[in-house]
Design a protein around this ligand. Structure first.
Ligand code: GUN
Ligand code: ZN
Length: 431
């Protein structure tokens, strides 16, 4: 028999979407909870004592009053930007030209790509993140590097070759045809192999000709189980530039829709400066908006009105957007999401923030049946969080009236020091 492990602690479970119903009906914390792992999967969730009696052979690991929650799902990141995170100054287009493109050009070297892929998965695991949807670079081997590093840890990763055939340096440009051919070959090689999932990846409309967008739209139609990831309406200057590059488009979203790149499996990063038609259209097709709040603050893009999009029934995910984002930590990202919503007069509850960082992002990636919640049958991808990880947090939790105040203090002030353990596919990867 495959060995079994019983983890005990305070367990966070979801029973609905806390943006659609009162959060109390959807999110629970069981202070005497347990979860049983067998192989890569979760086989039981419930009361710790009941599970200990039902699974007497299981190896027991007690996490005391730590919070056992689903591993974080970072729904939009750029692993190739790991080494240039926190680069000073500039706004989006200058930032891309000055810092991002030169770093991505280094990925011509396949060994460098492998080194950064491994470093990136180490850094994210140390922050409790168990799945990422990451852009690669234009080099096909940059996709192979991340999928290979993830497979070595049995980790679920979404990535794809970034496609750019204009407005990028010579050494970072492909063509409409080569983007199609290379992406198609990578889909055949990786999509659905183990836990690898492919995302067709036009960087954003300014760096793709209409021909390239159309080629990638055709590829998506031929491979409808793939995801598609891109950027949308991040900064006003960018939106205006898109208007001049695509004079016939109704708006930014239309540049994707006109080329077959709008759909429920589409992941649209940022989406801060949307027009009403774009919001309605995203809701209608259930296109996913991925909120990147540390990046939006760092590059000065603006504060997304996430509760407004939720009220329009636009499906949402949460992401770091490293290295535009300033942290690998989804705890820091939840703090930034809280602050961004405050700019619009909304106070997100800790239960809503936790949902966004786990089940919400898993739903955005169409992977809820495998990840994002502690549920029987899902992969055992788990983050264990110390709710008293620093003196500053502990002195605050001494005043807490309930566990949600404890959780909120860690969401607002915690970082990688709060991550007691990260489990991926039933194996602890942080000790
Ligand atoms: N828009 C196009 N490319 C990028 C990128 O790498 N980072 C961010 N934040 N926005 C982008
Ligand atoms: Zn991005």
């Amino acid at each position: 028999m495959t060995s079994q492990t019983l983890l005990t602690g305070q367990i966070l479970t979801f029973h609905g979407d806390p943006f659609a119903q009162p959060w109390q009906d959807c999110v629970q914390i069981d202070s005497a909870g347990g979860v049983v792992l067998e192989g890569a999967r979760i086989i039981a969730v419930g009361n710790a004592a009941t599970l200990a009696a039902a699974y007497p052979e299981a190896t027991k690991i007690s996490y005391g009053s730590d919070l056992i929650c689903p591993g974080f799902v970072d729904a939009h990141a750029h692993y190739p930007q790991t080494a240039m995170i926190a680069s000073w100054g500039k706004r989006l287009i200058d930032w891309l030209n000055t810092y991002t493109f030169p770093e991505e050009a280094r990925f011509t070297d396949a060994d460098y790509a492998q080194e950064i892929a491994t470093r990136y998965l180490d850094l994210t695991a140390a922050n409790g993140t168990t799945t990422v949807a990451s852009f690669a670079t234009i080099h096909p081997h940059s996709v192979t590097a991340l999928f290979t590093a993830a497979a070595a840890r049995s980790q679920c990763v979404v990535t794809g070759k970034t496609c750019m055939d204009r407005n990028a340096p010579d050494d970072l440009r492909d063509t409409a045809q080569s983007a199609y051919d290379d992406s198609k070959a990578l889909i055949a090689q990786w999509h659905g192999i183990g836990r690898a999932r492919y995302a067709i990846t036009p960087r954003f409309s300014p760096t793709s000709t209409p021909d390239q967008l159309a080629a990638l739209g055709a590829l998506w139609a031929e491979n409808p189980t793939c995801l598609m990831q891109t950027h949308l309406s991040e900064q006003p200057d960018e939106v205006a530039w898109v208007g001049t590059l695509f004079p016939d488009a109704r708006d930014y979203l239309d540049t994707y829709e006109a080329h077959g790149l709008l759909g429920a499996r589409g992941l649209y990063g940022h989406a801060i400066h949307l027009r009403p038609r774009e919001i309605d259209r995203l809701a209608e097709v259930q296109g996913r908006v991925i909120h990147c709040p540390t990046s939006n603050a760092f590059i000065g893009s603006g504060a997304l009105d996430l509760p407004m999009l939720a009220a329009h029934r636009v499906p949402l995910g949460l992401a770091t957007d490293t290295g535009g984002g300033s942290s690998f930590s989804m705890l820091r990202t939840m703090a930034a999401a809280y602050e961004a919503a405050q700019h619009h007069g909304h106070a997100l509850h800790a239960a809503q923030l936790m949902w966004l960082a786990t089940a919400g992002s898993a739903n955005a990636l169409h992977l809820s049946h495998e990840i994002g919640s502690i549920t029987t049958g899902n992969y055992a991808d788990i983050a264990v969080i110390d709710l008293h990880s620093t003196a500053a947090i502990s002195q605050r939790t001494n005043r807490s009236a309930d566990v949600w105040e404890d959780v909120f203090a860690t969401l607002m002030m915690g970082d990688d020091r709060a991550i007691r353990a990260t489990w991926i596919a039933g194996a602890c990867v942080t000790q």
